[in-house]
Each structure stands twice: as structure tokens, then as C-alpha cells.
Design a binder for this molecule. Structure first.
Ligand code: NAI
Length: 334
């Protein structure tokens, strides 16, 4: 067995946390020969349900689980973490404007960025799941002076998986044969699920599906609205699939994958997307790190979709500008 890796999870007693922790403990995220230490972070009010979750982790008797710690202290929770999954966030309450929600969450993620920078393991990876995920990632990274922007990823993997599932269903193939579906931009209803580069078993997905109207119409809006569709049916928001996507995201970055993976990362000016945003782009995952896939041709329809979701991210950034340190300058990489 290898030396243990430490995984910190915020919002650990929430619904995504509940679907996530057992799978991390069983080795599905970092590998079946990789011992893990869990450091679970909750609010003070969350400590009681967290205790119950910790009991269940003990009762799972996971051979790979070396230790479990629960805390509401950020520096303790992120201390020496190799991977941090930032799941906890403030939900929208009645009467709250979108800008209030943005600011409330940005304040949380500013504190978490500072604590990560001060205490996490060198070279650690951070995945932001809590919404608004992309802008929360920007705020956390901008408040982490001793970390690189590449260490912070905003999760759009669930959107990608949703899109792949729909493409596989339409084409009548296994989802494992679908590759290079891209999610551009924000994890929100403006995201652009793009199939123009996708392949099914080595053929162009467009040529297999032969329905361009669907691919740029119903398919796009169905992916964008899938979260709401799940809420309407289940009476609660997507949690197990979100946990699954978080596991897939970290596993593919850490252990590597032949497939592309969309991740919200610092925009570096490629594809004409202004610098300083956490914008989802396709990434290659050779193992232990990711690299942005650059230079893909972008047609007119795609360009307009990519610009629309960029505009939303710019507006989100401007709503939380007061929480960005003066060293943050839009357009200039951090
Ligand atoms: P939930 O409400 O069941 O759980 C959230 C947990 O976070 C609660 O236990 C709460 O006590 C805790 N929490 C709140 N603020 C915290 C803080 N400052 N520090 C530590 N813990 C804190 O919510 P659920 O369903 O688990 O979702 C969590 C977040 O994930 C939400 O923001 C949701 O919108 C987002 N989400 C993101 C997805 C994505 O694809 N990026 C997909 C699905 C959900």
C-alpha cells in the first residue's frame, strides 16, 4: 500500500457529502490501493449530523480508510490536505437576490481560499462544487496567495456526464463509447454543451446522430435544465450524480484518463475568453495533472454560445469584486 492521502470535504453532512464520503473511503476516487484520511468540515449547526455520518463511516469498516476527523475550523480541516472538495455553500433563501447569494457565498470561499493557502499540502488540488461554483473558485483562488490558479477547479463534470448520457441514448450506444463532449463556460443555464468535436467509437457524433437541429436545440436546453428536471421528479436536487461527478473529476485528474474532461479553470485568453474567469474548457488528463485542450475550431454558433456564458461569468465576477484582493486584475492571470 502507498502512503495515505488526505482528503478534505466541506459540507460533509449535506446530501452530496452523504453520497460522496463512502465512495472516497472505498477507494473509488483515488484508487483501490490508496489509503485515505478524511477531514470533514461543517458549520457549527452541521456538527451533529456530521457526527452521525462519521459513525456510519466507522461502521462501513473500510480497509483503506485510515482516519476520519470532523471540524468546523478551516485551518484544521484543510491542514495537509492533498485534495479538497468544497461542497458546502449557502443555499438561496426566500427573498434573496442573486447578487446577495453571490456575495454570501463569495465571502465563504474567500475564507476557504485563505485557509487552504495557509495549511493545505503543497501542490494540492481543490474542486469547487458548491454554487455558484465557477465564481466561488475564482474567489477562493484569488484569496490563496501561496497557491497557483491551476490548483483550483470548478466542477462541470456533472453537466458533461449528463450530456454524454443523452448523446449515448440518442445514438443507441454505450456511454463509455462517447468522448470529447465539451461543456463550455459556467455551471449554470448559460453553459454550452458542445458536440461538434464529439466522437462515438471513433466516428463523429454528428455523423452518427444525423440530427443537427436536435444537437443545437433540444439537446442543449435539456442539458442546461437537467438539474431542474431532477428536482421536479425527485423533490430534491441532484446529489448522488453530483457526488459521482466529483469522484470522476478527481479520479481522472489524479489517475489519468484517455477521455477529455471539462473543468472550470482559469481562462488564459484561449478561444478569445477574457482572462481572470473560471471558465469550463476541455482538458486532457494524462495523470497527476490536466492540460487545457487548445486550438479547436469554433464555428459561428459555438462562438455566440461561448460568449453568452462568458458574459454571465463577467457579471458574476463584477458582483463579487469587493471580495477580490487588489492583486486580482481581470485579464491578468493571478
Ligand atoms: P445541502 O444543503 O444538502 O448540504 C450543504 C451542506 O454544506 C450542509 O450540511 C451545510 O451545513 C454545509 N455548509 C454550508 N455552509 C458551509 C460552510 N461555510 N462550511 C462548511 N459547510 C457548510 O446541499 P447539497 O445538495 O449537498 O449541495 C451542495 C452544493 O453543491 C450546493 O451549493 C449545490 O448548489 C451545489 N451543487 C453543485 C453541482 C455542480 O455540478 N457543480 C451539482 C449539484 C449541486
Amino acid at each position: 500500500l502507498m502512503p495515505p492521502l488526505t482528503v478534505a470535504v466541506t459540507g460533509a453532512a449535506g446530501q452530496i457529502g452523504y453520497a460522496l464520503l463512502m465512495r472516497i473511503a472505498s477507494g473509488e476516487m483515488l484508487g483501490k490501493d490508496q489509503p485515505v484520511r478524511l477531514q470533514l468540515i461543517e458549520t457549527k449547526q452541521g456538527m451533529s449530523p456530521l457526527k452521525g455520518v462519521m459513525m456510519e463511516l466507522e461502521d462501513g469498516a473500510f480497509p483503506l480508510l485510515e482516519s476520519v476527523k470532523g471540524t468546523s475550523d478551516l485551518e484544521e480541516g484543510f491542514g495537509d490536505a492533498n485534495f479538497s472538495l468544497l461542497v458546502g455553500a449557502m443555499p438561496r433563501k426566500q427573498g434573496m437576490e442573486r447578487s446577495d447569494l453571490l456575495s454570501a457565498n463569495a465571502a465563504i470561499f474567500a475564507d476557504q481560499g485563505k485557509a487552504l493557502s495557509a495549511t493545505a499540502a503543497p501542490g494540492s488540488r481543490v474542486l469547487i462544487v458548491g454554487n455558484p461554483a465557477n465564481t466561488n473558485a475564482l474567489v477562493a483562488a484569488a484569496n490563496a496567495p501561496d497557491m497557483l490558479p491551476e490548483q483550483f477547479m470548478a466542477m462541470t463534470r456533472l453537466d458533461q456526464s449528463r450530456a454524454e448520457g443523452m448523446i449515448a441514448g440518442k445514438a443507441g450506444v454505450d456511454v463509455k463509447d462517447v468522448d470529447r463532449v465539451i461543456i463550455w463556460g459556467n455551471h449554470s443555464a448559460t453553459q454550452y454543451p458542445d458536440v461538434s468535436h464529439a466522437r462515438i467509437g471513433g466516428r463523429w457524433a454528428k455523423d452518427v446522430i444525423k440530427d443537427d437541429k436536435w444537437l443545437t436545440g433540444d439537446f442543449v436546453s435539456k442539458v442546461q435544465k437537467r438539474g431542474a428536471e431532477v428536482i421536479a421528479a425527485r423533490g430534491a436536487s441532484s446529489a448522488a450524480s453530483a457526488a459521482s461527478a466529483a469522484i470522476d473529476n478527481i479520479r481522472d485528474v489524479h489517475l489519468g484518463s484517455k477521455k477529455w474532461q471539462s473543468i472550470g479553470v482559469l481562462s488564459d485568453g484561449s478561444y478569445g475568453i477574457g482572462g481572470g474567469l473560471w471558465y469550463s474548457v476541455p482538458c486532457a488528463c494524462p495523470g497527476l495533472h490536466y492540460t487545457r485542450v487548445k486550438g479547436l475550431p469554433v464555428d459561428e454558433y459555438s462562438a455566440s454560445m461561448m460568449n453568452a456564458t462568458e458574459a454571465e461569468l463577467v457579471a458574476e465576477r463584477d458582483a463579487v469584486r469587493h471580495l477580490l484582493p487588489s492583486s486580482y486584475d481581470a485579464g491578468v492571470p493571478l
